[in-house]
Each structure stands twice: as C-alpha cells, then as structure tokens.
Write a protein that binds this ligand. Structure first.
Ligand code: NCD
Length: 321
C-alpha cells in the first residue's frame, strides 16, 4: 500500500503542537490517515511497519479513548506498547517529570506519547529524551492528534457530498477557555482554509480570543448561522477553579446543542464532540446518537487511523538512531 515514498517531505521530529506542522505535513498526514481508515477495517491485513519499535504511553491524566487509541494504532502497525499510568508510576513517590524522562530514555523507546496536566510538559520532555514525543493533551494548551483526527473525520464526511474542508464554516462551542482541543483545532482548521467561529458564554471564552483570527459569539443563534459543522466541547469542570457557569441546567438552556439550536446551522450540518460527552449539559442525546448528523463514533474510528499515520510518519524521522 503505502511506503516511505508516500511521506517524503514530512518534516516534524515531534508532535507537540499543531504549529509544528506545515501545510505539506498536514496534507501528508491526512492522506496517510485516509489510507489507514480503509486498512483498519481489513482486520486480517497484517501491517508491520513499526515491527521491533516500542511505544510508551505515559499518561499523567486519566484517559480512556486517547490512550487506547494510541495503543491500538501502535499494535496494528506491529509495535510493542508499554502503558504507564500515573497510579502505577513513581511520580506518586515524588519523582519529577524529568527523572521519569531520564528513566524512560534509558529504556530506549522509539515513540513516547504523553498526556499531562501541565501545559508545556511534552515540550520539556522532548528536550530530555532522544525519541519522538507526541503530545496527547497538555493542560489547556494543545491536543494536536485530536485536531488531526477531527480534520480527517470531517473531511471524509464532507467528501460524501463532494465537498471539502477548504471554505467551510465551523463553530467550536462551549468551554473554549479550558479546551486544548479547541486551541489545536483552531490552528489546524484555519491552516486548512476553514472559517472558524467560537461560541460560548463570556466567562468561558479567553479574553484574547478575538485575536486568534476567529469570529467570537456569545449567542448560539447568531453564531451557528450558516455553519457546515458544529464542534461541541465538554464543560471541563475539573479545570475550573470556581464556578464559571450558574448551573448545568442553565448552561444547557443557552449553550447545549439540541434540535432547536442546530436548526440555526446549515441544513445537514455535521455535529462533532471529542468525548467524553456530558449528555444533557453540552449536547442532547438525541443529537449525539443520530447517525445522520453526529460524527462522534466516526471521530473515534478516525482517531485510530490518524494515530497510525502519525506514528508511522514520526517513526521515519530518526527516532532513537
Ligand atoms: C479531550 C481532552 O482530553 O482534552 N478528550 C479527548 O482527548 N478525547 C476533551 C475533554 O477532555 O473534554
């Protein structure tokens, strides 16, 4: 199927931020991800481009889908996977991130996937280890693999009607302030030629958001007008120092996506959510479970394919050699 030729020109050594990628890298990852979408449904096809390589999943924050998605992606390409979660790690015994990095480095992994509550932790780690580092979410900073899988998923959905990402209008709604998914998506979608809107209550929108090259709205009705896709975000209570919304019920009333609010968007607009979803808070079950409009499960499928593409591309960049 593909070989090294298909990713010639890929320049990133690590994936810490969407800003590490130029347009050529993004296009290469999207097309490689697309080929893995087809391949991952052929369960019997044995692909071993990562045979003999080791991936370490280093998760300092709880995760179900992201950690498993990386694990599955790596295994489907023939790699060994070691999962290290905070509960088992020695950080609970007072070891610092850098000590953990030195220990891991001595084990010579080829790919290191890290999720950490502190923005910038993956970048720090990348300076201390000799393998490729992939940011699986750092604080409120970035979640680049999520943005790439979202782009792949939406591109596939639009392609069904012969449309493409370039030129579409997309709204990212809700808790933008605490969302690393929003930050990575804004960068990536803008690079891909999308018109990006942010919608949320003033308390959940960063004050400098209007300088990000996006239009900012506090009202779903005006913000969703003419949108081809609507990306809902989880209300990230665990990142809030105090109360940012009066109540979940009131939040749903003004910002939760239901049929009535979705009607403000374009006919046939797609709905996305990175998960985990708070049903009845930012999205109604009725919308989340409607396969005609919701891309939520397709996002999970695209996640494995996109991570296969990312792991493969980074594994050819030198790694431990
Ligand atoms: C996101 C995250 O962890 O940033 N989830 C994910 O990776 N699927 C979004 C969230 O936690 O709300």
């Amino acid at each position: 199927m593909h070989n090294a030729h298909s990713i010639i020109g890929f320049s990133a050594r690590h994936l810490l931020s969407v800003t590490d990628l130029n347009r050529i890298d993004i296009d290469l990852l999207l097309s490689l991800g697309e080929s893995y979408l087809d391949l991952s449904v052929q369960k019997d096809s044995k692909n071993s481009v990562l045979a003999g390589k080791t991936l370490v999943n280093l998760f300092f924050e709880n995760s179900t889908r992201t950690e498993k998605s990386f694990e599955l992606a790596a295994r489907r390409l023939g790699a060994h996977v070691i999962n290290m979660s905070i509960a088992q790690s020695s950080t609970s015994k007072g070891e610092t991130l850098l000590d953990t990095a030195a220990t891991l480095n001595a084990m010579s992994p080829d790919l290191l996937v890290i999720r950490h509550g502190a923005s910038g932790a993956p970048a720090l780690l990348a300076q201390k280890v000799s393998c490729a580092v992939i940011n699986a979410g750092d604080g409120t900073h970035e979640h680049p693999t999520q943005a790439l899988l979202d782009a792949l998923c939406l591109q596939q959905a639009l392609a069904q009607d012969g449309r493409q990402l370039d030129g579409i209008r997309i709204a990212i709604c809700g808790d933008i302030m605490h969302s690393r998914v929003a930050r990575s998506n804004i960068h990536l979608l803008k690079q891909l030629g999308c018109e990006v809107r942010l919608i949320g209550p003033p308390t959940l929108l960063p004050t400098d958001a209007d300088r990000w090259g996006v239009e900012v709205f506090n009202d779903m009705k005006t913000g969703l007008e003419g949108c081809d896709a609507v990306m809902m975000l989880r209300l990230q209570i665990e990142r809030m120092g105090g109360a940012f919304v009066p109540s979940k019920r009131e939040y749903f009333h003004f910002y939760g996506l239901d049929r009535e609010k979705l009607d403000y968007a374009r006919d046939g607009a797609f709905v996305m959510h990175p998960g985990p979803m708070n049903r009845g808070v930012e999205i109604s079950s009725d919308i989340a479970d409607d396969p005609e409009i919701s891309l939520v499960t397709k996002q999970v499928e695209a996640g494995v394919a996109m991570r296969m593409a990312i792991l493969y591309a980074l594994s050819l960049q030198g790694g431990n050699t």
